[in-house]
Design a protein around this ligand. Structure first.
Ligand SMILES: Cc1cc2nc3c(=O)[nH]c(=O)nc-3n(C[C@H](O)[C@H](O)[C@H](O)COP(=O)(O)OP(=O)(O)OC[C@H]3O[C@@H](n4cnc5c(N)ncnc54)[C@H](O)[C@@H]3O)c2cc1C
Length: 461
């Protein structure tokens, strides 16, 4: 029996991110390189990116970090929690984690801002902020990422009236290739600020971030299983009328989940039920058993899903955004002009259900407000984001290739941390400040210390 809790905790958790990286892929590295055998490999969350760095460092403070940056031979790549699917981190030289630079430094109770060390995991920010009477304005659907890692790729949650995480940044501190510590905000080093809020780890190591937050709040989350056509029909209204709205589609079911969240003063509560089943594995089993007939598959899954009850969860905001993602996958997510999103979704559904009967992971659709950040995929554009996934040990390339064609046709910009094949030239066409970013990067790091093969390829260095 499939229950909604199952599907949401693991299937929906699937909605996420990767890239057909130009180099450093698992396959490439497994193909040989005997000299790497004695080094300890670094891998990302999904296992799709791997490298054998000469050194892995975790400085205890800014002085140690500066010393490391100045003295390390070769290239340096900053790493957060390794949750990006693209080849942003891999290097043969030095990987640096600032996980020891963690925690809240200070807060301003009048303006609801806080200074947070950039190695802090998002999940570790909520508690200290709550003590200060504050909360992050929005959060993604997991909270394992570090703050710096989330800024690196323009990590976002959902909410048509709410921007991505970097859009809440009021100022930040960066250690550059020559060991200099630079502070920037809208008035002080504004060019660096515009480049550094979404930076791909290409400008140096971010050490502290000043975040605009809001007073602590409680969210009421309501999840309902409905026919996908009904969700599509109401999607625009739901996005406009709820603080946070997203939806999921379970392929070959005709059914989806509608997920809204709104601020409430109601007491904490949950209708969550204990459930031993594993939704993803159940869908996989159904796929294996019924892939010979999409009609019977749709009928079976759809019939089961209609029995799923609504779920309501009222909790502190920071405890109500994230879900557990315990089933590994690879993911592609594109950010589309909002007005093209629903049409693109329909096309993606059609192609997947026509040509890829083996797919069983859900699609995830979210909404994000426009911003003014140079390399933000939401730059000056109200956005609808669509994400598709494949089980981690299945070949994602054919399906992602077919779907990416649709995303590109509708003007999509890829999530920086999720699988895509966009070249530097294509990316440049999407970002009017592409050359400005490159100029800031060149000024801060003329020797390319913070570059790796992927970044060199897209920035044509
Ligand atoms: C299960 C799962 C769920 C996800 N859900 C969402 C979601 O809901 N929304 C969303 O938008 N994305 C989501 N993602 C993608 C994820 O949020 C991004 O890839 C994010 O960048 C990962 O953060 P991280 O700390 O793991 O950083 P990493 O992946 O380790 O690094 C990301 C980038 O940040 C840079 N970086 C890291 N630390 C520093 C530093 N101190 N200074 C400078 N640069 C640095 C790295 O060099 C790299 O370029 C999900 C990914 C997974 C695996």
């Amino acid at each position: 029996m499939i229950t909604r809790r199952n599907l949401l905790s693991s299937l929906i958790a699937t909605a996420g991110a990767t890239a057909f990286a130009p180099s450093m892929t698992l396959a490439a590295l497994q193909a040989g390189q005997a000299s790497t055998q004695k080094k300890i490999p670094w891998k990302n969350w999904s296992g799709s990116q791997i490298c054998y760095p000469d050194a892995r460092k975790a400085p205890a403070n800014i002085d140690e970090l500066r010393e490391l940056i100045v003295s390390a031979p070769g290239h340096i790549r900053p790493v957060g929690s390794g949750h990006s699917f693209t080849a942003l981190v891999p290097t043969d030289d030095t990987i640096v984690s600032i996980s020891r630079l963690s925690g809240m430094v200070s807060h301003d109770s009048v303006n609801h801002t806080s200074l947070i060390q950039a190695g802090t995991r998002l999940g570790d920010i909520g508690g200290p902020l709550a003590q200060a009477g504050q909360a992050l304005i929005n959060m993604p659907d997991i909270d394992e990422q570090t703050l710096a890692g989330a800024l690196g790729t323009a990590t976002h949650g959902t909410g048509a009236g709410i921007g991505c995480l970097p859009s809440f940044v009021e100022g930040l501190q960066l250690v550059t290739a020559n060991g200099e510590v630079i502070e920037c905000d809208r008035n002080h080093n504004p060019e660096i600020f515009n480049a550094a809020r979404v930076n791909l780890g290409a400008l140096g190591v971010i050490t502290q971030v000043r975040m605009q937050n809001q007073p602590s709040y409680r969210l009421k989350r309501q999840l309902s299983c409905k026919p996908i056509e009904e969700i599509l029909e109401n999607a625009d209204t739901l996005a406009n009328e709820n603080r946070n709205f997203e939806f999921y589609y379970i392929p070959f079911s005709g059914m989806g989940f509608q997920d809204t969240q709104n601020i409430t003063t109601e007491a904490e509560s949950s209708t969550d039920k204990t459930d031993q089943n594993d939704g993803v594995e159940t869908l996989k089993t159904l796929r294996n058993a019924l892939s010979w007939s999409s009609t019977i598959r749709e009928l079976s899954i759809g019939t089961y899903m209609k029995t799923i009850e609504d779920e309501v969860t009222i909790a502190n905001s920071w405890q109500n955004y994230a879900t557990e993602r315990n089933v590994r996958f690879n993911e592609m997510e594109y950010h589309l002009p909002r007005e093209n999103g629903l049409q693109a979704f329909r096309e993606v559904r059609e192609v997947v259900e026509r040509d890829f009967p083996e797919v069983f992971f859900p699609f995830e659709v979210r909404f994000v407000k426009s911003d003014d950040i140079w390399l933000s995929p939401f730059f000056e554009r109200e956005t609808m984001s669509i994400a598709v996934h494949r089980y981690f040990d299945e070949d994602y390339k054919p399906m992602f290739k077919a779907v990416e064609k649709i995303f590109k046709k509708h003007g999509g910009r890829p999530h920086w941390g999720k699988i895509n094949t966009m070249t530097g030239q294509e990316l440049a066409g999407h970002y009017k400040h592409w050359d400005d970013f490159k100029e800031v990067r060149q000024t801060l790091d003329p020797q390319g210390k913070f570059l790796n093969p992927y970044l060199k390829s897209i920035f044509a260095v």
